[in-house]
Design a protein around this ligand. Structure first.
Ligand SMILES: [Zn+2]
Length: 350
């Protein structure tokens, strides 16, 4: 059963640049066990344990989700939008949306003309963003303009569904599950007397270019970091493990291995998992991961960075699917890793 913190994270919308609703959830949770909870000018929330400790470990996950931004209100009162982050247009069609106005969220639907009225060529092609609109039920441009401002954001209506076998489906598993993992790990560490200074960052604006990780890694200046995000599970039709590796839902957190992962951090994560009988999977990446780990590894003069990922089906759709056990084991692994790191350990590659 998802706990209240995870439920709150998944039920609170926030696309890149407008994440403070999500950050309120994080601040409320963290202030129960950490004295040092701060928000920087970029909007990142930083929660620090053991500020005098050494070395400094950064735990990062991003709190933003992909969304839309209102670019134009047309003469019929419909909203014309641009993407915030990477959408699959075929998945966006027909969704229930929330438009985030100054006075709070209002419902809308995202649509195009019905299939009966599409030209044969239009049926074959994936629609473009300019072919879609959001209908809030307004009857005129004037009415819409009285409610909506250019630059308001739009997200899918939150929907958490509990499926069989402890699997959860819904909006923004990417990367609220990661935020849950790092903050839950930190809560475990609050009672465990870590030697290291540990800073958990709920980072903003990952979906538009790893931006919150860039600013917070600069400010924290960590020696070691773990970036937590979702990764593609390949145990569903149409994804070839020969090409993408074998990553399964419910088989444990995934360690990234390759140039974006410090070898000593990888080894310590793997041995920590072994010692704690925590199942892990390994994802080989020959390029920088498309998540905050890529920015953190090359912050300042470099940081020994590890990648811990949550297997996720249907990424960047409103029905992203994860297993609760993978989240719990990821939090357990990261907490144990933080206790295993000591200041004398070298992370310089051999
Ligand atoms: Zn992500």
């Amino acid at each position: 059963m998802p706990d209240q913190f995870l439920r709150d994270l998944l039920q609170t919308p926030g696309t890149s640049g407008v994440e403070q609703g999500v950050q309120n959830v994080v601040r409320a949770f963290a202030s129960e066990f950490a004295a040092d909870v701060t928000t920087d000018v970029h909007g990142n929330v930083l929660v620090t344990l053991n500020p005098e400790g050494s070395p400094t470990i950064l735990l990062d996950a991003h709190c933003d989700q992909i969304g839309l931004i209102v670019r134009h209100i047309d003469s019929l009162g419909f909203l014309r939008v641009n993407p915030v982050g990477g959408w699959d247009m075929q998945i966006l069609l027909g969704q229930r949306m929330l438009v985030h106005t100054e006075d709070g969220p209002i419902p809308g639907v995202i649509a195009r003309k019905p299939i009966h009225l599409l030209e044969p060529e239009e049926r074959k092609n994936v629609p473009k963003m300019k072919d879609l609109w959001i209908d809030i039920g307004s009857t005129s441009e004037t009415e819409t303009r009285s409610i909506i401002r250019i630059g308001d954001t739009v997200t899918p209506e939150p929907c958490l569904r509990e499926l069989r076998n402890g699997r959860l489906s819904g909006v923004a598993m990417d990367d609220r599950t990661g935020v849950w993992v790092i903050m839950t790990a930190l809560r475990k560490l609050a009672n465990a007397n870590p030697r290291a200074k540990i800073v958990a960052v709920s980072a903003v604006q990952e979906e538009i270019g790893l931006r919150g990780a860039t600013t917070s890694a600069f400010n924290v200046s960590p020696d070691v970091a773990i970036a937590v995000d979702v990764t593609h599970a390949t145990d569903c039709p149409g994804i070839d493990p020969n090409e993408f590796g074998k990553i399964e839902i419910g088989k444990g957190p995934v360690l990234g291995r390759g140039p974006n992962s410090n070898p000593a951090v990888f080894d310590l994560l793997a041995s920590t998992a072994r010692a704690g009988s925590i199942p892990i999977q390994v994802n080989a990446l020959g390029y920088p991961a498309s998540n905050d780990g890529a920015a953190i590894q090359i912050a300042r003069g470099g940081c020994a960075t590890g990648l811990v990922s949550i297997p996720n089906r249907y990424m960047h759709s409103p029905v992203e699917l994860v297993a609760e056990s993978d989240l719990e084991q990821a939090a357990e692994l990261i907490a144990a890793f933080c206790l295993a790191v000591d200041a004398s350990q070298s992370f310089i590659p051999k």
